[in-house]
Design a protein around this ligand. Structure first.
Ligand SMILES: [Zn+2]
Length: 141
């Protein structure tokens, strides 16, 4: 019990902390969160197992449904705000072309944003040492 409490209360040494902002930014642009030199994705949403430049193991990432949720959250806010503003400014626009236009815009912006959000979340997981990214169990053994 005491050993577990000490384990949780001890932070990693300052030299081993990872910069969250840098890792999230690199991930957002599809780069390795550690070196920023190589691609994080081998396909649209498939994360490479290891970085070919620095050798960082990216296989522990567990983004799951979070990228889709965050993408829908962001796109939904902009699309709903745009629809409401459009309706306020031009109340007599025909409904069908408007619905098609906003639907296409929502789909395209979701497809564009989804890999960026996933990369940012993987970068965040890496920086916070979540899911086997050099977490406490690896540091204190
Ligand atoms: Zn790398």
């Amino acid at each position: 019990m005491t050993q577990t409490l000490n384990f949780v209360a001890t932070a990693p040494p300052a030299g081993t902390r990872r910069d969250v902002v840098t890792a999230v930014r690199r991930g957002f642009f599809g780069r390795c969160p550690q070196c920023g030199e190589w691609r994080m994705f081998r396909a649209y949403l498939k994360v490479v197992d290891t970085c070919s430049v620095c050798g960082e193991d990216l296989s522990p990432q567990r983004a799951d449904d979070a990228p889709a949720y965050v993408t829908m959250l962001i796109v939904g806010h902009f699309i709903v705000a745009g629809i409401l503003a459009c309706d306020e400014l031009w109340p007599n626009l025909p409904l069908l072309p408007l619905a098609l236009g906003w639907s296409i815009l929502a789909g395209l912006s979701s497809l564009l944003l989804l890999p960026r959000v996933k990369g940012a979340l993987v970068g965040y997981q890496w920086a916070m040492r979540m899911h086997g990214f050099g977490g406490p169990e690896e540091e204190f053994t």
